[in-house]
Ligand binder design. Structure first.
Ligand code: SAM
Length: 258
């Protein structure tokens, strides 16, 4: 790192604030700002954090979830432990089979999956963008495996032309999806954050077998698919139908017979 870089770093508002407030990274303020706006984390939540070193986000997560929550942070680097019983760090690659197996044991289900993971920077925009999207897709896979219905997903991604495909993939599993850049993220940095809430175990656009158990006041059939309440137009009680999910809402999904 050059001398100019060091001088700029010291002049940086969030860098100094992190030092004063004893956060391990200036990135902590990105999570604070994102959570203030999007309410991703709440007291008592179980949280899986990907790319957690040196632990600034983990400190923020612990502040929010409190003593009744649980945080598991993963990184390739070793992370200095935090003095809480309900914070656990795993050293490893979250895209590897070993780490994924370990996560199934330590945090089978959770309310939020968050990732600030960055690939090694090559300096070639398209390469770094593609690597970042690949990490996001891995994070999304973990979110789909570990999240409870209604859960939240937050992931950092470097801007580029593959982002729209990623957003489309996330929209198949979440009722709310938005790309955003918090104030604490440097304007010259290529990073943006994808925020998603309202996880649904049934995916938009997918086809499922359903058995209609009830009828709503508006006359739609109601089936439960993977625990999700699904409203089906034109279906009557007792019908066994093949349906395609057409919309995800916060607490239910809508489907059409196909
Ligand atoms: C920007 S740092 C995270 C900073 C953190 N949010 C904080 O506030 O302290 C990104 C981290 O992602 C980690 N990372 C990148 N790819 C990873 C992978 N496949 N598995 C685990 N960690 C990874 C890197 O080792 C790096 O420490």
């Amino acid at each position: 790192m050059g001398k100019r870089w060091l001088i700029e770093k010291r002049r940086d508002y969030y860098y100094r604030k992190a030092k004063q407030e004893k956060y391990r990274s200036r990135a902590a303020y990105k999570l604070i700002q994102l959570n203030r706006r999007f309410k991703i984390l709440k007291p008592g939540y179980r949280v899986l954090e990907l790319g957690a070193a040196p632990g600034g986000w983990t400190q923020v997560v612990r502040d929010i979830v409190g003593s009744s929550g649980f945080v598991v942070g993963i990184d390739l680097q070793r992370i200095e432990p935090l003095p809480y019983e309900n914070v656990m760090f795993i050293r490893g690659d979250f895209t590897s089979r070993e780490v994924r197996e370990k996560l199934r044991q330590v945090i089978p289900k959770c309310e939020a999956v968050i990732s600030d993971a960055s690939p090694d920077i090559s300096g070639v925009w398209s390469v770094d963008h593609a690597r970042s999207v690949e990490l996001c897709e891995n994070a999304l896979g973990l979110a789909e495996e570990h999240l409870e219905q209604g859960g939240a997903f937050l992931v950092k991604v470097f801007q580029g032309d593959l982002i729209q495909d990623l957003v489309a993939k996330v929209k198949r599993s979440f009722s709310f999806v938005k790309l955003t850049k918090p104030k604490a993220s440097r304007s010259e940095s290529a990073e943006v954050y994808l925020v998603a809430r309202g996880f649904s175990p049934v995916k938009k656009g997918e086809i499922y077998e359903a058995e209609v158990e009830e009828v709503s006041r508006r006359g739609e059939g109601i089936a439960y698919i993977d625990g999700v309440k699904v409203f089906i137009k034109g279906a009557a009680r007792g019908d066994k139908v093949k349906v395609r999910i057409t919309a995800l809402k916060r607490r239910f999904a809508e489907a059409e017979i196909c």
